[in-house]
Design a protein around this ligand. Structure first.
Ligand SMILES: NC(=O)c1ccc[n+]([C@@H]2O[C@H](COP(=O)([O-])OP(=O)(O)OC[C@H]3O[C@@H](n4cnc5c(N)ncnc54)[C@H](O)[C@@H]3O)[C@@H](O)[C@H]2O)c1
Length: 265
C-alpha cells in the first residue's frame, strides 16, 4: 500500500527545531519529508544542506509543504500565520500568540475559507487531552509555573532577572494577561487555557527563585465530582523544558507520519 509523503516546512532551528529535524530524518520510513527550514539567524541556515535552507519565508509556498511547523517565536504567527494558512496546514508551538483574540478569530476565519487546519501541540502540557475532553466540566483551572529567573525572558516585563534574589511572584491573574508579558515562557499556560476553559477564566501564576535549578509546572482543574492534578518537575535549558523537543516531534509525527507501524493516538 503506497501512502503519500507529507512535505513539512520548519520555521525556527534552535533547540526544538534542530531536534525535530533530526528526529524526522532519523526514520526514512516515516512518510515525512522536510522540504524547507527557515530561521532569521543566517548562521543557523549555513549549517544545513543548502537545498533545505529557505532564506526568505515569503517563498515558502514554492516548496509545496503539506504542513508548516513554527518553532521560533510567537511573532511568526502574527506575521506569517495568515499567509501560511491560505496555502496549507500550520502547527505553531509558540502558543502565546493565541492570547490575542483578534488573531484567534482571524486564523479561524482563514481555515474555514481555505479548508486548511491549525494544530496546537500539547508541548509542555501533560494531560492536555484530559483538559480538553472535560472542558465543559471544569469550574476552575489553575496553572503554577516555577522557574529560575535566568530561564525567564523578562524583556517585555521590564524586569532584570539578575536583580531577583529571593522567591518572587512575577504574575498572578488570568492567563490572557500573562501571555503578552512573558511571550516566550508561558506557552504551557496558553495551551492549557485553550484546551480547557479559555484565556479569561484560567488562572496563571509565575514564581521565580534563583535557588531553583529545575522548572515546575503544576496544573489543577476542578469540577463537580472531579479533581485533576498534574505536576512535572524537569531540567530546563533557555526557555525550554527537557521533554519538549521530543513532545513536539511526537505531535508532528501524529499529524504527518504516513509510514507503517503501530501508532499510539
Ligand atoms: N508549546 C510549548 O510547550 C513550548 C515549550 C517550549 C518552548 N516553546 C516555544 O518554542 C519556541 C522555540 O523554542 P526553542 O527553545 O527552540 O528556542 P531557541 O531560542 O533555541 O530557538 C528559536 C529559533 O528561532 C529563531 N527565530 C526567532 N524568531 C524568529 C522569527 N521571527 N522567524 C524565524 N526564526 C526566528 C531563532 O533564531 C532561533 O534559532 C519559542 O517561541 C518558545 O517559547 C513552546
Amino acid at each position: 500500500m503506497t501512502q503519500k509523503t507529507t512535505r513539512i516546512g520548519l520555521i525556527g532551528y534552535g533547540q526544538i527545531g534542530a531536534v525535530v529535524h533530526q528526529m524526522i530524518e532519523a526514520d526514512p520510513h516515516s512518510g515525512m519529508e522536510v522540504v524547507f527550514i527557515h530561521d532569521t539567524l543566517p548562521a543557523r541556515l549555513d549549517s544545513l544542506p543548502q537545498h533545505l535552507a529557505l532564506r526568505d519565508l515569503g517563498d515558502f509556498a514554492s516548496r509545496k509543504p503539506d504542513l508548516v511547523v513554527e518553532m521560533a517565536h510567537p511573532d511568526v504567527t502574527r506575521q506569517w500565520g495568515a499567509a501560511i494558512l491560505e496555502q496549507t496546514n500550520y502547527m505553531f508551538i509558540s502558543v502565546t500568540a493565541l492570547a490575542d483574540q483578534g488573531m484567534e478569530e482571524k486564523l479561524l476565519e482563514i481555515t474555514h475559507r481555505c479548508g486548511t487546519r491549525v494544530y496546537i501541540p500539547h508541548g509542555g502540557v501533560v494531560g492536555m487531552d484530559a483538559l480538553r475532553e472535560n472542558r465543559e466540566v471544569w469550574e476552575e483551572v489553575h496553572v503554577v509555573m516555577k522557574k529560575n529567573p535566568k530561564n525567564v525572558d523578562c524583556a517585555r516585563a521590564g524586569v532584570d532577572p539578575d536583580s531577583i534574589t529571593k522567591e518572587t511572584v512575577l504574575y498572578d491573574g488570568p492567563t490572557r494577561g500573562i501571555c503578552p508579558i512573558f511571550p516566550r515562557n508561558v506557552n504551557t499556560h496558553a495551551s492549557i487555557a485553550y484546551a480547557g476553559i479559555g484565556f479569561d477564566r484560567t488562572h496563571s501564576i509565575m514564581i521565580v527563585n534563583p535557588a531553583w535549578d529545575q522548572a515546575t509546572v503544576s496544573i489543577h482543574a476542578k469540577g463537580p465530582g472531579v479533581d485533576l492534578r498534574v505536576e512535572r518537575v524537569e531540567s530546563i535549558t533557555g526557555v525550554t523544558g527537557a521533554s519538549t523537543p521530543a513532545s513536539i516531534f511526537n505531535s508532528v509525527q501524529m499529524i504527518g507520519s504516513t509510514g507503517p507501524g503501530i501508532h499510539l493516538r
